[in-house]
Design a protein around this ligand. Structure first.
Ligand SMILES: [Fe+2]
Length: 348
């Protein structure tokens, strides 16, 4: 039997965060390798970055459906590490972003185009994204459910109007990918939700929906006080960028080296071969990629400095260390060992 090779469709990876039942979606045009990630979770940053690297994805967008109350986004970290633009619905009023999108906007992704649907109601800034027969609904429309409407400027009537007037007008076969599912379901379709969503489907009226929502009496999400402020800052409270001292040079390192205390450490982040050729006297060699294994050692020092050849490895290492909870490291960025040699400083 001959197998027909179809034209490559948009590649979708549906990823899950078990702690918060959150779905993250990675979309990739297999032809151009351009990609977008929707609702990435801070705790899953390493996992997501690994997949992005393995698939050779040029990440164009870190898209958020809304400012989440139950988990913290990794959008800031993804931007820092991949250059992706952070995309948020305009009405969310988030400052730290690159693209504020509104209803009808389109984001180009290789041969595809992501259409923006403004769908407030769960929060005032909730946005859904449609591409290639799929709609990513965040917490607006869930599988046989919907997001709550009792905080973050939520409004049941608005949510009802957006689901029935906007999402339910998409083709019935459109696959619905929600922001969460608590029962192990992964997707649905617009047709199924129109028929069987107990809150919004089956011709449910707005008045009945508003009554259902006001009778829910839900507890506040556990992480709301932490998550909402962090997400408004696109997770940047956790962005390792804050640990990069943009203008810390090898001359600054030399000054620090001259008065280095017993509780201070200098880390050479290059390969053992480069280290053997000459390094800052007294520095220890923790090669790039291995530094996170030495977190306990680094923690014993009050302060540490890290350098490499050009500053690139050291900056990435700093990101890895920051993710491992290390915040006492100063990074030599944009320069490195050759400038130390050029300045005529002692070399070991
Ligand atoms: Fe939410």
């Amino acid at each position: 039997m001959a197998i027909e090779i179809a034209k490559p469709q948009l590649l979708l990876r549906q990823l899950f965060d078990r702690d918060t039942y959150t779905y993250t979606y990675l979309l990739v045009d297999p032809e151009t390798r351009q990609g977008a990630i929707i609702d990435a979770v801070k705790e899953q940053f390493d996992r997501d970055l690994e997949i992005i690297k393995e698939l050779g994805v040029e990440l164009l967008y870190a898209i958020e459906t809304h400012a989440h109350a139950d988990h913290i986004t990794s959008a800031g970290m993804l931007r820092q590490n991949t250059g992706a633009k952070i995309v948020f619905g305009e009405a969310a009023g988030i400052q730290e972003i690159d693209l504020a999108v509104k209803d009808g906007d389109e984001l180009s992704l290789g041969r595809f185009s992501i259409k923006v649907l403004s769908t407030p109601g769960h929060t005032s800034g909730c946005t859904s994204y449609y591409v290639d027969g799929m709609v990513f609904t965040g917490d607006c429309l869930l599988i046989h459910g919907c997001g709550r409407t009792d905080f973050q400027q939520g409004d049941a009537k608005t949510l009802y109007e957006n689901v029935t007037g906007k999402l339910f007008t998409l083709p019935e076969e459109t696959i619905v990918y929600p922001g969460h599912d608590y029962k192990g379901r992964t997707s649905s379709t617009i047709g199924e939700e129109k028929r069987w969503n107990p809150r919004l489907g089956g011709g449910q009226t707005a008045i009945e929906f508003i009554r259902i929502m006001s009778d829910l009496n839900l507890d506040m999400p556990k992480k709301i006080n932490e998550a909402v402020p962090a997400n408004v800052a696109v997770g940047s409270d956790y962005n390792p960028r804050q640990y990069v001292h943009e203008d810390f040079t090898m001359d600054d390192l030399h000054r620090a080296w001259e008065q280095l205390g017993d509780n201070e450490l200098i880390i050479d982040n290059r390969t053992p071969e480069e280290y053997a050729e000459g390094h800052v006297p007294g520095s220890i060699n923790l090669p790039f990629g291995e530094e996170a294994r030495h977190v306990d050692t680094i923690k014993k020092y009050a302060k540490a400095y890290i350098y490499c050849r050009s500053g690139r490895r050291a900056q990435t290492a700093l990101t890895n260390l920051a993710l491992a909870g290390i915040d006492n490291v100063t990074c030599v960025s944009h320069t490195g060992m050759p400038d130390w040699v050029k300045a005529g400083y002692d070399v070991e």
